[in-house]
Design a protein around this ligand. Structure first.
Ligand SMILES: [Mg+2]
Length: 243
């Protein structure tokens, strides 16, 4: 009992906010980084980065895409820079690297919590003979899976590092999920996508996947936006096992 159509043969899980409770860590790091930048740029009267900004422009995207998307929303035009830019550099990559330093510091200090309902669900899916992949924009996916002991729950991993190596565009483009299905040897219309970000359910919809599940860890308004693209919206994957 997994709450899926009978045609589904594999499950493609986002990581942050679906399997692990790291979405809040990322949101906090984005806010700290952008607020520091905006304060430097605009002085004390700066308009802070909000959780609505996080949901609309940043969540689920590759670091550099999220950075550029939020800056554009404020009419700020920074050079792209290079992936090696130091965290103090005023470039899209520099700001993204500053955010990543903050995330790694928070993970190091506080560890990573998982959603137990999700871990149980992944185990149940595997027991039912479905293949599983983790599909995340995060470049830290491998480390997060290792520290949480979840590496063996997934037959394939498509993350920020692999996407960069293979030149795959990030969510909301469907390419990373399509790559996950391909690695599992399953056609997209026989794959289910599990996502908590708007950009992620958009990727699921545009890739014509067999079933798209929105996981709402946020408020009702976020749930309604997820429902525009998802076949079903739940608050926790345990709901899917109840039918
Ligand atoms: Mg997510």
């Amino acid at each position: 009992m997994l709450g899926l159509p009978e045609t589904i043969e594999c499950c493609l899980f986002d990581l942050d906010g679906v399997i692990t409770q790291t979405a809040a860590v990322h949101a906090a790091a984005w806010k700290k980084m952008f607020d520091a930048y905006l304060r430097e740029r605009d002085g004390e009267g700066y308009a802070p980065f909000t959780m609505d900004d996080y949901a609309a422009y940043v969540d689920g995207k590759r670091r550099e895409d999220g950075t550029r998307s939020f800056l554009e929303s404020r009419g700020i035009d920074l050079p792209q820079g290079s992936p090696d830019d130091g965290p103090g550099t005023a470039s899209v990559f520099g700001l993204g690297n500053r955010k990543n330093e903050l995330v790694l510091k928070l993970i190091d200090e506080d560890g990573v919590k998982v959603f137990d309902g999700s871990v149980d669900y992944v185990r149940a899916a595997r027991d039912a003979g479905l293949r599983t992949a983790v599909v995340s924009s995060s470049a830290n996916t491998r480390q997060v899976l290792e520290v949480t002991g979840l590496t063996d729950l997934f037959d394939a991993r498509v993350d920020g590092v692999i996407a960069a190596e293979r030149g795959l565009p990030g969510k909301p483009a469907p390419d990373t999920f399509l790559e996950g299905a391909r690695e599992l040897g399953v056609a997209a219309d026989r794959a289910a996508v599990y996502e908590d970000a708007i950009s992620g359910v958009q990727a699921g919809r545009s890739g014509n996947f067999g079933y798209v599940i929105g996981v709402n860890r946020n408020d009702d308004a976020h749930g309604r936006r997820l429902a525009q693209y998802a076949d079903r919206v739940v608050h926790d994957l345990s709901e899917l096992r109840e039918g």
